[in-house]
Design a protein around this ligand. Structure first.
Ligand code: PA5
Length: 413
């Protein structure tokens, strides 16, 4: 495995690994994997990579690409692109933008800066009915349709079924890329939804998918499963001790969007029947100067997931001499990487000393394979935790009311 997990203050839950409660959820998970019930896992073995590269190549001819979509239709791709953009050798030709919201001030602000002749648009909506995404499209259509051959630069990812977006795509003759109907939005990072934006940014999607598969292989060994999912069980059981918030805190800038992806995956899956644990995202070291005081000394209602990487070898050594013969000794000949690591370790130690429950994931390398394994771990953990509390990981019934009400309000305006 390309990352390790260390647990702190969780020993109370060790014996529960033998409980029928844990075993039942595990049997449920494994029998669903065996019977190929999870679309997002079956999708890993589909030969789709070449098709994705085919569309990525077309889109890469543009200077800019704007992805329209929200929730599961944007967060996975956005995470992969942001992991890639600063860290790997970036042959990132087009500038990539994700429009998730419907604030026309910010959208127009972006559109005003872009040459629409050299811009491609990818509209992603599994249902093909999401109002926000459709509205964004019509706002942009007005601008892009004034440019030459614009239809060759509009791509639609949606299910192959009757929907508003599918109808628009057919009538207007835009490119159609099928959204696998058995893959839910927030579980779609390993499908075309996550992989197309990633491929455009030259992220190695083959290795990413391999990383996902490798994690599944690793966890199929019962010992590995129990050691990795001990912390998942602890998150659920620690609710009995008043824990109802799960904080995810990477000490890696490129993983900041991963926290947003995780937050949506977890919240929309587990928050049901008056149960669930609220996810909160945080970024080290920045939030040491914001949330950490509360984490350490506020209500003892949080479980912590800290993510760090092994030391980056290409660190820049600081020369902290200044003025005449003066220097800042404590930092001189150290690096930001050394400081980052010291702060990460100090945060872990202070949380542990306060007897707060914590797990620390350490990534060997911030590469595609490792990220694939980590994201697959979080996906499986989410489903497994839903089984532990007996809720359906794949639906989101409570948000439907708001969608219906929005439509009603639009009709009377
Ligand atoms: O994870 C989910 O199912 C949701 O967050 C959806 O991704 C989100 O509501 C967008 O839906 P759609 O892809 O149908 O536009």
């Amino acid at each position: 495995m390309l990352f390790t997990q260390k647990l702190f203050n969780l020993s109370d839950f060790k014996k529960e690994l033998k409980s029928t409660f844990f075993k039942k959820a595990k049997t449920n998970l494994f029998s669903n994997i065996k019977s190929k019930s999870y679309g997002f896992i079956n999708d890993l073995y589909e030969k789709k990579i070449n098709d994705i590269y085919f569309y990525a190549k077309k889109i890469k001819k543009s200077e800019n690409v704007i992805f329209l979509g929200t929730g599961g239709s944007s967060l996975g791709g956005k995470t992969l692109v942001s992991i890639n953009s600063n860290f790997f050798k970036n042959k990132n030709k087009p500038q990539i933008f994700f429009l998730e919201n419907i604030d026309e001030v910010s959208i127009n602000g972006l559109l005003d800066q872009l040459n629409m002749d050299k811009t491609s648009i990818v509209i992603i909506s599994k249902s093909g009915e999401t109002m926000e995404t459709l509205a964004q499209f019509f706002l942009i259509k007005k601008k892009i349709s004034k440019t030459k051959n614009y239809k060759k630069r509009i791509f639609v990812i949606t299910e192959k079924k009757k929907s508003t977006l599918k109808k628009i795509q057919e009538e207007e003759d835009y490119f159609f890329i099928e959204h696998n109907d058995s893959v839910g939005g927030r579980y779609s990072v390993f499908s075309v939804v996550g992989l197309l934006p990633a491929a455009i940014s030259s992220f190695d999607i083959k290795n990413f998918v391999e990383g996902g598969k490798n994690f599944l292989k690793f966890m199929s060994n019962e010992k590995n499963f129990d050691s990795f999912f001990h912390s998942s069980l602890a998150i659920i059981l620690s609710q009995n001790k008043g824990i109802n918030i799960s904080v995810i805190m990477p000490y890696i800038d490129n993983l900041n969007n991963l926290s947003f992806w995780y937050k949506q995956l977890w919240a929309e899956s587990i928050g049901k029947k008056k149960m669930g644990i609220t996810p909160v995202n945080s970024l080290g070291t920045v939030d040491q100067h914001s949330q950490l005081q509360l984490f350490l000394d506020g209500p003892r209602d949080k479980f912590f997931t800290i993510i760090g990487r092994k030391k980056n070898k290409q660190q820049k050594i600081l020369d902290c001499r200044y003025g005449e013969n003066k220097k800042l000794d404590i930092l001189h000949k150290k690096s930001l990487e050394i400081l980052l690591r010291a702060e990460l370790e100090a945060t872990i130690e202070t949380l542990v000393n306060k007897k707060l429950p914590l797990r620390f994931f350490e990534l060997d390398l911030l590469n595609e394979e490792c990220i694939g394994s980590l994201m697959m771990y979080f996906i499986i953990e989410t489903i497994f935790c839903c089984y532990l509390i007996d809720v359906n990981p794949f639906d989101q019934p409570a948000v439907e009311e708001g969608k219906i009400l929005t439509k009603k309000k639009l009709e009377i305006i």
